[in-house]
Write a protein that binds this ligand. Structure first.
Ligand code: F6R
Length: 596
């Protein structure tokens, strides 16, 4: 997740690109850079955020240019890895958002043909391919270049000799064109350019745009012209950074279909980057805090099911007080921030015990990425809301992917089975969209339970930790007391708290726990509780037991935690919203917990 911008018009490009990048900084702030064209190209870039870039930015004369703010994926956040990247002749400049999956192979070929690379990024291959294919016309070169790329990419490029021209590309990663009067714009997101124009063309996947001061031309990857009208965007700048969503949390919930795919694609890159994760451990121990702990707890069921590896899960702050585990364990530390002190301390303890450690981390360059023996990046992008949503979902995807890999390595999962699961995984974004499309029903249910003082979340097996996470999300943003329990455990004590004022959210999807969950729903209904069931679409039985049923699409059992979690996020969000809570910054909490 990075931010890109381009400008061609009568203003000084430096100023437009700089102001746009400031508005895109939420997409990444590891490094930033600007290129301005004026017969030659002038480049300024550095590690750090926009404040640093602005402080070193000289006067730059030129009326077309591109800029980038980076959220590092390939290569640490250093100046060399910052965008824009230049070709060997320093005539072409390029910015990229996304991941080039075949970058290793392309890079080797380009080096063999004599290109000099200045960065470790996957993006730099693109500018060298452009250089080889350039024959006086940038859009022609771009058309041939995209045919060689695999992965997700939004691009913007300029050439020193093509005055005023910017060529942009959209493939999976977002890109929007802003249509002005005698000026045109390109950006990852509307807020970057809304100050100048409200007339937008949202590019579609597989499209290339050429823009100059006076013209916007779009073609597809076959080179055929595409006609597209601009739309007027009704958005004020304040709301725009949230892309029209009322809160960052809601925006981040709705980004989940995209980041699931990014993490899935990125899983192959983790391997390509040469990491040697121990895929044949005898045991696995997962260590994490809060929401990351809940993701790890779901992961336990994945490793045990797909790879038959006994897996335990420890809260990081408790791990150091435990005794060492058996021989050949793989220790997995999960942390969105990579800075959580408890998790770092636990991993250090594990390393002192001589164990191999793997970090599942979202923030590139964070402490955990420097300390763990191996790293698996989730690719959720920047999460602004304090309550973890998209980063948790990508942790689940990372764990699913890893569990499948371990299963294949240990031969507990056949290649065909693994392929089938991966295909199912690819369909998950679509299923998440179906759940998101059901928001109206969830809003309605949320209104009915928003006055409660206390709630229970019930689930069994891999959906027990999902119940824990549902309860955590509810309490941290709505301030309603909520507890997650395994369905069968309620009768051993907590049932005493269940009354008609205690809504119960029960996960009763069609798996081996289904019948038992129906029994648990009966127990709480008999005490007058309002039951909100989460079930599998097509189930006609559950509505007879529960007061409301929210359906999720049918997926393999170990994929249900992803879809159920999205329902729970929406439920917590809308309950908190009805109650008028400060959703993005809940009281007493911080995004990165750096105290033990
Ligand atoms: C809850 C939440 C926290 C974090 C926890 C660990 O929504 O975000 O419970 O999950 O503080 O943080 P990381 O994953 O950064 O180690």
């Amino acid at each position: 997740m990075c931010g890109i911008i381009g400008y061609s018009g009568n203003r000084q490009a430096r100023d437009v690109v700089l102001s746009g990048l400031k508005r895109l900084e939420y997409r990444g702030y590891d490094s930033a850079g600007i290129v301005v064209g004026n017969g030659s190209i002038q480049l300024v870039k550095d590690k750090g955020g926009m404040a640093n870039l602005e402080s070193i930015l000289p006067e730059m004369k030129g009326q077309y240019g591109i800029g980038h703010t980076r959220w590092a994926t390939h290569g640490p956040p250093l100046k060399n890895n910052s965008h824009p990247h230049l070709d060997c002749n320093e005539e072409l400049a390029l910015v990229h958002n996304g991941i080039i999956e075949n970058n290793m192979a392309l890079r080797e070929e380009l080096i063999e043909r004599g290109h000099t690379f200045k960065s470790e990024t996957d993006s730099e291959v693109i500018v060298h391919i452009l250089e080889e294919l350039y024959d006086g016309n940038l859009e022609d070169a771009m058309l041939k270049t995209v045919a060689k790329l695999e992965g997700s990419f939004a691009l913007a490029a300029i050439h020193a000799k093509e005055n005023g021209k910017i060529v942009g590309v959209r493939n999976i990663s977002p890109l929007v064109v802003g249509v002005g009067k005698k000026e045109n714009f390109l950006a990852s997101d509307v807020p970057a350019i809304l100050e100048y124009t409200d007339r937008m063309i949202y590019l579609l996947d597989g499209e290339i745009v050429t823009l100059t001061r006076d013209e916007v031309k779009i073609m597809n990857f076959e080179g055929k012209p595409v006609a597209r009208n601009w739309q007027k965007v009704e958005m004020n700048l304040e709301g725009a950074e949230k892309s029209g969503y009322e809160h960052f949390m809601l925006k981040e919930i709705f980004e989940q279909p995209d980041v699931i795919m990014d993490t899935f694609i990125g899983a192959n890159l983790n391997a390509e980057n040469g990491y040697s994760i121990n895929l044949r451990p005898d045991t696995i121990k997962i260590i994490a805090c809060g929401t990351s702990y809940h993701a790890g707890y779901v992961g336990k069921y994945m490793f045990e099911e797909f790879a038959h590896v006994p897996t335990t899960v420890d809260i990081a702050s408790e791990y150091r007080f435990s005794s060492a585990t058996n021989s050949n364990p793989l220790i997995i530390g999960i942390s969105q921030s990579g800075e959580t002190s408890d998790t770092l301390a636990a991993l250090r303890t594990a390393q002192k015990r001589g164990f191999n450690t793997l970090g599942i981390v979202n923030i590139v360059g964070s402490t955990l990425t420097r300390e763990a023996d191996n790293i698996f990046y989730t690719r959720a992008g920047l999460e602004v809301g304090v309550a973890a949503t998209k980063t948790y979902i990508t942790q689940l995807i990372a764990l699913l992917t890893l569990a499948i890999k371990v299963g294949v390595a240990k031969k507990t999962l056949g290649i065909d089975e693994a392929r089938h699961l991966s295909n199912q995984l690819r369909k998950l974004p679509k299923h998440v969209r179906t759940v998101l499309d059901n928001s109206e029903q969830i809003i309605e249910i949320s209104r009915g339970i928003s006055d409660s003082k206390s709630m229970f979340f019930l689930g069994r097996n891999m959906n027990f930790p999902v119940a824990l996470e549902g309860a955590l999300k509810m309490k941290e943003i709505s301030y309603i007391h909520a507890e997650g329990y395994p369905g069968g455990e309620l009768k051993h004590g907590p049932l005493a708290l269940v009354t008609e004022d205690t809504p119960v959210i029960a996960i009763a999807v069609k798996d081996q726990t289904y019948e038992k969950m129906l029994g648990n729903i009966g127990e709480v209904s008999a005490r007058g509780a309002t039951v909100i069931g989460i079930g599998t679409e097509g189930d006609t039985e559950l509505p007879k037991y529960a007061d409301h049923v929210i359906f999720i699409p049918k997926v393999p059992p170990l994929f249900t935690p992803v879809l159920v979690s999205v329902v729970m996020q929406l439920l917590a969000y809308h309950v908190a919203n009805v109650r008028g809570c400060e959703i993005d910054k809940p009281r007493n909490l911080a995004k990165s917990v750096t105290v033990e």
